[in-house]
Write a protein that binds this ligand. Structure first.
Ligand SMILES: Nc1nc2c(ncn2[C@@H]2O[C@H](COP(=O)(O)OP(=O)(O)OP(=O)(O)O)[C@@H](O)[C@H]2O)c(=O)[nH]1
Length: 235
């Protein structure tokens, strides 16, 4: 769709582009990922890595602390998994809009909802509280985010089958109740990670281009068709 226009960096202090195509067919939507936020770059704009994109979108990852927001983004961006404990996100990185899951930083996050085109809302399938808090996150999103924001619900950490505390059906039910697409993911195994970002990218691209002869992209249908199960042990 858009062309990535090669341009050398002008010494921006921002992080490197992840260089992952956001759509697979007919060219690319460039993506420029940050810690828990991402620019999917409609006019040509300079990414943080010094590359031009035709379309730029802001995508935020939100959810309780520890649900795996940073890991999911790192998995998508670098194809890597950060195991073990590391420092929790404590606000919005100066280069980015990196959302923190911790309650005490929420007020910082509110300001960033306004600009977001899409929100990936995460819970941890091994942590029931993180799932119970999804309604509160959705209330907050409806209060602060743009009314047309694209929302996708993600149940992360499905690789931890023995510790599962939230059934897939419960995630599906909640998503249906709020009319948002849903999938389970694993930043560790990579399950559905690319799909989640690709689906959002496709939806945003179709919305922004509004090509009269192109059939409307149906995000829910696309997700249903493409999503992969964890392949094991639903509790
Ligand atoms: N097993 C498993 N562990 C994960 C997965 N994703 C993240 N983790 C682990 O969960 C912990 C928290 O991950 P983070 O990515 O820091 O969580 P976060 O949502 O960004 O947390 P905050 O920055 O505090 O909001 C780390 O120990 C990760 O290694 C996953 O898919 N599977």
């Amino acid at each position: 769709m858009s062309r990535k226009k090669s341009q050398k960096s002008k010494g921006s202090s921002s992080p490197a582009s992840c260089g992952v195509p956001a759509t697979k067919e007919n060219g690319k939507v460039g993506t420029d990922c940050h810690s828990n936020g991402m620019v999917m770059s409609g006019r040509p704009s300079l990414s943080n890595s010094g590359e031009f994109y035709d379309i730029a979108f802001k995508v935020m990852l939100v959810g309780d602390s520890g649900v795996g927001k940073t890991c999911l983004l790192v998995r998508f961006k670098d194809g890597a998994f950060l195991a073990g404990s590391f420092i929790s996100t404590v606000g919005i990185d100066f280069r980015i809009w990196d959302t923190a899951g911790q309650e005490r930083f929420r007020s910082v996050t509110h300001a960033y909802y306004r600009d977001a085109h899409a929100l990936l809302l995460l819970y941890d399938v091994t942590n029931k509280t993180s799932f119970d808090n999804i309604q509160a996150w959705l209330t907050e999103i409806h209060e602060y985010a743009h009314k047309d924001v694209v929302i996708m619900l993600l149940g992360n950490k499905v690789d931890s089958t023995h510790e599962r505390a939230v059934k897939m059906e419960d995630g599906e039910r909640l998503a249906k109740e709020y009319g948002v697409p849903f999938m389970e993911t694993s930043a560790k195994s990579g399950l559905n990670v690319e799909l989640a970002f690709m689906a959002i990218a496709k939806e945003l691209k179709h919305r922004s281009m509004k090509l009269p002869n192109e059939p409307k992209f149906k995000l829910h249908d696309y997700v249903k068709k493409e999503v992969k199960g964890s392949g094991c042990c639903k509790s």
